[in-house]
Write a protein that binds this ligand. Structure first.
Ligand code: NAD
Length: 294
């Protein structure tokens, strides 16, 4: 069984590393934050003082970080130490950094996979994440058993970088659909149409979406939606905003305009500025209601 260095033990990385350890992998973990390191102590893995220590003797390195710059700096430092290894990045990062990371791995003779996830902290804890993978077939094949220990669905989206492309495009759809759903409820309220009536119609009509029937932005209509819990995340608005900006950047780099992503990003940005940054992204409806009459 592989020895895995797990770098980035935050909200997502910690439960993912714990699940890998529970599946029998030998895990050496590192996070730049002392409190993140303390959180995983005693949970089946060795916690190391540096990323380099964690990588000693590892044949797989998994990163779960916030930005492309962080991933590149960690991969640059660790690739020379892990000969013939497999590098898997599960972070959500920009396409250019993802492609650069694959290039670095190739130069070092390592296999590499970009494998961003969907499913959030709940999915990470339950080992039910969806992994969207960009990789050469050989790298994907080698990564599969490791990803299976942390997830329920492992999808090979294509060559290097295309896992990030799938994640960015999926979250563009999600961000836009939630914003449209919230806007429709705000308009319905203004027109005197009840939330229940709109839900009853749209949930069985062409307006139906996951944002409506699984994650409704209005409280009391769907069990377990963050709206029922004062918009406690869930999926934080700042993360949705990050993903929409990644979509805008990827589009701009390819000469494409994405006006829907840009409009949605402005709405989530307004909500973040008004104090919604750490709230669930479905709380964007609160910012829309405040706009009434302004
Ligand atoms: P987080 O901020 O909780 O964790 C990231 C960790 O990386 C932090 O603990 C930080 O200290 C550590 N870190 C940063 N630079 C480092 C370095 N150079 N070396 C070692 N550790 C370093 O973030 P998260 O919520 O766990 O998200 C991780 C990634 O997953 C992000 O890219 C995010 O966009 C993506 N994601 C998050 C969610 C979610 O619901 N939280 C869902 C899907 C995808």
């Amino acid at each position: 069984m592989s020895r895995v260095a797990f770098i980035g033990l935050g909200a997502m990385g910690a439960p993912m590393a714990v699940n890998l350890a529970a599946a029998g992998y030998q895990i050496a973990g590192f996070d730049a934050s002392a409190s993140a390191r303390e959180n995983v102590a005693g949970q089946g893995m060795k916690v190391c003082p540096t990323a380099e220590h964690a990588t000693e003797g590892a044949d797989v390195v998994v990163t779960m970080l916030q930005t492309g710059a962080q991933v590149l700096s960690v991969w640059e430092a660790l690739l020379p130490r892990a000969v013939a290894a497999l590098f898997i990045d599960c972070s959500t990062i920009d396409m250019a950094s993802a492609r650069r990371a694959h290039g670095l791995a190739q130069e070092s003779g390592a296999l590499s996979v970009d494998a961003p996830v969907s499913g959030g902290v709940v999915g990470a804890k339950a080992a039910k994440l969806t992994f969207m993978c960009g990789a050469e077939p050989k790298a994907f094949e080698r990564a599969q058993p490791i990803l299976k220990a942390m997830g329920a669905r492992i999808i090979h989206c294509g060559g290097p970088g295309l896992g990030q492309a799938a994640k960015i495009c999926n979250n563009l759809m999600l961000g836009a659909a939630m914003a449209a759903t919230a806007e429709a409820f705000t308009l319905a309220e203004t027109l005197g149409l009840s939330n229940q009536a709109l839900f009853d119609v749209a949930s069985v009509s062409s307006g139906q979406s996951w944002s409506l029937t699984s994650y409704c932005p209005v409280p009391g209509l769907v069990a377990d939606s963050p709206a029922n819990n004062d918009y406690r995340a869930g999926f934080q608005t700042k993360l949705m905003l990050k993903d929409l900006r990644l979509a805008e950047t990827a589009a701009a780099d390819s000469g494409l305009a994405t006006p829907i992503a840009s409009a949605a990003a402005r709405l989530y940005s307004d909500y973040a500025i008004q104090g919604g940054e750490e709230k669930d992204f479905s709380g964007v409806i609160q910012a829309m209601r405040r706009r009434k009459g302004s």
